[in-house]
Write a protein that binds this ligand. Structure first.
Ligand code: ATP
Length: 218
């Protein structure tokens, strides 16, 4: 269990804060807006109405003791940057900041922020990916062009043997097969696939794109 601070309790900040609480962490939530603080106060370890651009406020709240601080101030870029500067001066090592624009992102990079988040863009990319590759139920990027992908088997592949599908892309590794609650890691290439099975595969974008062509009716 760790202590986190979330500064800015708009919809993004509030979601981060309540999720951290549900993962059994302690969270200090800070926002200028009384209504936002009141709405969430019972769900957080500590919720305060305060101006996070004031370093004395951050100091009094012991923000430097936090494992990480999330700055989720969106529109007011000046406030976001000032707050990050104070956190840096206080020696907070892990700072995650929601960025609103390219200029904001550039300044945060220069300030040495560990993690810069663009929730709207990230969600946009994910939605475009799911529309473009409907058989992909989840994915994780290991590098820019290297992914682990969870694929749902559709009626078109029902009855096909695993190797009949995966032989098209020998560069892609099949890590796991899931049917209902049963997970299998050492896979028989002759395994017969069924609709609604899942495969977890790993590979580079180019062969994964080729694999997606065998799911055109997904
Ligand atoms: P979301 O999309 O997550 O709802 P947003 O990107 O539109 O938010 P804003 O609404 O601009 O972002 O800011 C998020 C929160 O940050 C707001 O609740 C706002 O009151 C708070 N905030 C802005 N400036 C400060 C500050 N100086 N100190 C503390 N909180 C602040």
């Amino acid at each position: 269990m760790a202590l986190f601070a979330v500064i800015g309790l708009g919809s993004f900040g509030a979601t981060v804060a309540t999720q951290l609480m549900s993962l059994n962490h302690d969270v200090i939530g800070i926002d200028l807006n009384k209504k936002y603080v009141e709405n969430i106060s019972e769900q957080l370890s500590h919720a305060v109405i305060a101006d996070a651009t004031d370093e004395h406020v951050l100091d009094e709240l012991n923000v430097q003791k936090c494992e990480a601080v999330v700055v989720a101030i969106g529109e007011d870029i000046e406030a976001s940057i000032l707050c990050v500067l104070h956190l840096k001066n206080m020696g907070v090592e892990k700072i995650w900041v929601k960025a609103k624009s390219k200029a904001h992102h550039m300044i945060l990079t220069h300030l040495g922020v560990n993690k810069i988040i663009h929730p709207e863009e990230d969600m946009g990319v994910r939605i475009a990916q799911s529309l473009s590759y409907p058989m992909v139920s989840r994915y994780m990027a290991l590098e820019d062009d290297h992914f682990i992908v969870k694929i749902q088997i559709h009626a078109d592949q029902n009855g096909m043997r695993l190797h009949q599908l995966m032989d098209h892309v020998p560069e892609v590794r099949t890590l796991m097969h899931k049917r209902g609650d049963t997970l299998q890691y050492s896979l028989d290439p002759h395994l017969i696939l069924q609709t609604d099975d899942f495969l977890v595969v790993e590979g580079l974008l180019e062969p994964l794109r080729r694999l997606s062509k065998y799911f055109k009716h997904a």
